[in-house]
Design a protein around this ligand. Sequence first.
Ligand code: SF4
Length: 327
Amino acid sequence: MRAALLRWYRRERRDMPWRREVSPYRTWVSEIMLQQTTVAAVTPKYEAFLARFPDVRALASAPEDEVLRLWAGLGYYTRARNLRRAALAIVAEHGGRFPSDYESVMALPGIGRYTAGAILSIAFGRPRAVVDGNVIRVFARLFGLRGRAKDPAFAARIWERAEKLVPKSSPGDWNQALMELGATVCTPESPSCGACPVSGGCVAFAKGLQDELPLPEKRREPTPVRWTCLWIERRGEVLLWRRSERERLLKNLWGLPEVGKVPAAPGRRLARVAHTITHHALTVDLREGALDGGAALPPEAGWIPAARARERLVSSLWLKCLTAAGR
Ligand code: SF4
């Protein structure tokens, strides 16, 4: 079954920029970008990111704001900050060379078991497993395991199995083959068992359970959140506000000020925008704001030319607001 899957992967794998030339840095950046994000969304961002930051040292020496700008649109901005922090650590602690032992890789900011396994197996040829949602689904069906993909205990069972199965030779291809099978053949809905290279050994296929495994997730309703934000313009500049570390959403990023954060009164509504961020259903009312001329601005507030607001407002929430308001 292993040989059949590897043969299939080498024949059918999709062309992706991070597969054309493999290095620890390229694998790392692509894996971080691909977390929670589709291949189609990542591909152009990855190419632009690599063109600007071709290696660890280039990333380590870049200002954080520039890294965030190149990340704009991918969401989950903590990933970009951790990428830069990890690059700084690799330069400071490993002379700019990506470490190749599991403990050192796991000690880097933003790298967990999945990413460490991907870098070590794909770029260094080390027999480390990689388990993501695709692998959990494939294993659940292949071995007939009953459980929910998001149940940590079930995921732990899959990890255990995956670590036992990862081969010493071509572990990177093996891991990628499992993920590719899950992404293209053993899909969540209506898997293409007729085209599957491992259907001969698949428990779910033999028992007709491929649509029932893994067990369906319990639905979680998104938390509703309402913000009223202000568009405050003065002599061609707009007032932005840097959200703090304590914010629930979009922390440490520039945004439009919410009512109450700056001394300004809300006026006419410019737009209403609905947007979802990690299980939060946001409704943002964007209103014109008039500053209380006598009051001092808080240190988190800053003016920027209105024409350049989109460079600072990297979250797609703000870009949606600007577009809806015709700004
Ligand atoms: Fe998935 Fe069907 Fe292949 Fe089994 S036979 S691994 S259910 S695609």
